[in-house]
Design a protein around this ligand. Structure first.
Ligand code: ATP
Length: 269
């Protein structure tokens, strides 16, 4: 029997952010050479790649810190190419930069208040504060402490919590694992997954730690020399031979006669 249920078409996720052929440079340095990617509403997207591949610059073009030379960026159905950082915040985009950048001489509570700077809904702010203390109980314990005296992991938690207090739809995270122990990295990614699933916040995470990123994200893009060289579901990227070899530390062996040699390829084409 044909019912409404079994005739329903699978729904295509709404694209929240779409970057098309974006090029950006710092003086003579061409950092992005035509990057195109889509981030679905409610998605958890990882951007992987080696040092200097253009990952941070990609995030900066979205949050308005770097103006693209060419290409276009659409967010929530509108062209936002070259928007100013304050306009990006107003549209619900929070950027957690590499190296956390908390205000070291302000307390944890004051740093969190800075996150809610543009909001006027006191009741909503109080509820969101409770929510972030729920995710990061250590921040409640340290609420009166100067942020500069927190450990690296606690500062990363504070940077994420501060971003959440802006009530974002999209959070751009630049290397949240940087300098943290494997245990803390695991904790932070578990909380990021909850923020994505329970609060429906779309996440775009730049990571050199491909393993943790692909274990938690649902889709990934690999950048190399300012271009996207690979785009696939996280599950398929985890099984991809090149990703395994270059980013997950599995060396691919090929056998030639009796001699084993390590496969080496510098770039993907
Ligand atoms: P990393 O993990 O090292 O930050 P990345 O993939 O994030 O790498 P980007 O920081 O986006 O790479 O850098 C892309 C290119 O732009 C690199 O060649 C880098 O040296 C260059 N670059 C980045 N920032 C600047 C800057 N402020 N001035 C000049 N060149 C820069």
């Amino acid at each position: 029997m044909i019912t409404a249920e079994n005739t329903a078409q699978p729904t295509t996720p709404t694209v929240l952010l779409s970057i098309s052929n974006v090029e950006a440079r710092y003086g003579a340095v061409r950092a992005l050479r035509g990057v195109s990617l889509d981030v679905p509403q409610g998605g958890f997207v990882a951007i992987l790649g080696a040092n200097g591949a253009g990952k941070s610059t990609t995030l900066k073009t979205i949050s308005g810190l770097v103006e693209p030379e060419k290409g276009s960026i659409r967010y929530d159905g509108r062209a936002v190419t070259g928007q100013r950082p304050d306009a990006a915040v107003g549209r619900g985009i929070s950027h957690v930069p590499e190296g956390r950048e908390v205000f070291p001489f302000l307390t944890v509570r004051e740093n969190l208040a800075m996150g809610a700077f543009t909001r006027r809904d006191r009741v909503g702010i109080a509820a969101d504060l409770e929510r972030v203390y729920g995710y990061f109980p250590i921040l409640r314990e340290r609420t009166g402490q100067q942020a500069g005296r927190l450990s690296g992991g606690q500062q990363q938690m504070l940077a994420i919590a501060r971003a959440l207090l802006a009530k974002p739809r999209l959070i751009l995270l630049d290397e949240p694992s940087l300098g943290l122990s494997p245990r803390l990295i695991g904790e932070i990614f578990t909380i990021l997954t909850r923020i994505n699933r329970e609060d429906g916040v779309t996440l775009m995470v730049v990571e050199q730690n491909a393993r943790i990123a692909l274990d938690h994200a649902d889709y990934g893009y690999v950048l190399e020399l300012g271009r996207v060289v690979l785009a696939d579901t996280a599950a398929r990227l985890r099984e991809n031979e090149d990703v395994r070899e270059f980013y997950l530390g599995h060396r691919a062996e090929t056998v030639r006669g009796d001699a084993r040699r390590w496969k080496r390829r510098k770039t993907w084409r």
